[in-house]
Design a protein around this ligand. Structure first.
Ligand code: ADP
Ligand code: TRP
Length: 321
């Protein structure tokens, strides 16, 4: 089974990204052929700053490896190092109906949030389809917000196969039901663009600030509260050991849960949860030569696969004359 997913290097990694995409990818290690990459071409739609993008690309690679992705057990690369993907994007573009892209929520949401409505942003799902189809991926672990993009990729693959003969594998999304959408500090979907994130690699002080910002109601300690309706509890239960989750649930149901105390415990829990990864990341970021070497090797492996698909596509579409 071939499993593939990508992460944008556009800002600091938050627990939503980790649980929605990175953790499932890392857990898939050993279960199949793993293809993981940093999608710097996609990030161009929102980051137009040379230093920032170059730096964030390397940092995103370090994040992924620090959290457990082993480049020896995966093909791990940076998207732009495999230029075949942009060629495939053009081929796919020519059979992608405008209406398919016009229906995409992500484009509309991003424009509503103030991101420049560029042609690149509009055709973002076609580049994503090219990412997936170029490597003949069967399973794509993503957060729920990317489900529609997976449907677009499948639609495009079907159109291609119908027009030019069986060429592409149809990819399936892998969305873990309970973690499909991790809530942010305000209860809405955790997202960089909503400013409601809890970062993973940040100072203890910043972490505390994020957690303290989790919005709760004004109930007093002794009040009886519904844990499932409490955003703080919903984040707490994802990271706390089961016995602490049960103890705190009891306090909510019987009176005795103080939001301030739960928050302080959550800070401790998160700090410990990501301790090993934080230390690993510091080492990786300090050794950029090593990171670049890993990515160069990964790009070479990825290109080996990409060239095979693109060669077939060129032939199927009449590029060989
Ligand atoms: P953001 O919304 O912060 O900009 P991205 O769009 O870059 O995050 O998402 C990167 C990956 O993380 C995607 O696979 C996405 O589905 C996943 N993801 C992002 N936010 C969440 C969340 N709150 N819950 C679950 N998965 C998420
Ligand atoms: N669009 C994805 C996101 O915003 C990132 C992405 C690009 C991706 N290409 C991909 C994810 C291919 C999975 C497979 O998070």
């Amino acid at each position: 089974m071939r499993i593939l997913s990508g992460i944008q290097p556009s800002g600091k990694l938050h627990v939503g990204n980790y649980l929605g995409m990175m953790k499932p990818m890392i857990e898939n290690m050993g279960r199949g052929e793993l293809f993981a990459f940093v999608v710097n071409l996609h990030a161009l739609t929102s980051v137009q700053n040379r230093e920032q993008l170059a730096n964030d690309t390397l940092e995103a690679a370090a994040d992924f490896m620090a959290l457990g992705l082993d480049p020896d057990q995966a093909v791990f690369w940076v998207q732009s190092d495999v230029p075949e993907v942009t060629e495939l994007m053009w081929y796919l573009s020519s059979l992608t109906p405008m209406g398919l892209l016009e229906r995409c929520h992500s484009y509309k949401d991003k424009v509503a949030k103030g991101i420049l409505s560029s042609h690149g942003l509009f055709s973002y799902p076609v580049l994503m389809a090219a990412d997936i189809l170029l490597f003949q991926a069967e399973v794509v672990p993503v957060g729920k917000d990317q489900k529609q993009h997976l449907e677009v990729a499948r639609d495009i693959a079907i159109k291609f196969n119908n027009a030019f003969g069986e060429t592409f594998v149809l990819p399936e999304p892998q969305i873990s039901a309970d973690l499909a959408t991790v809530p942010g500090t305000d209860g809405a979907k955790m997202s960089k663009s909503y400013g409601n994130t809890i970062g993973i690699f940040q100072t203890a002080k910043q972490l505390k600030k994020n957690v303290m910002a989790i919005v709760t109601d004004a109930a007093a300690i002794e009040d009886i509260k519904d844990p499932e309706k409490c955003n703080l509890f919903n984040i707490f239960k994802i990271f706390a050991p089961p016995e602490r989750t049960e103890a705190v649930r009891d306090q909510y149901l019987n009176g005795g849960a103080g939001y301030g105390y739960v928050k302080l415990e959550l800070v401790e829990i998160l700090w410990e949860y990501f301790r090993e990864a934080r230390e690993k990341r510091e080492e990786l970021v300090a050794d950029q030569g090593y990171l670049r070497e890993v990515l160069a090797k990964g790009a070479e492996k990825a290109r080996g696969h990409a060239v095979k698909t693109i060669d077939l596509v060129r032939d199927r579409m009449g590029m060989k004359y």
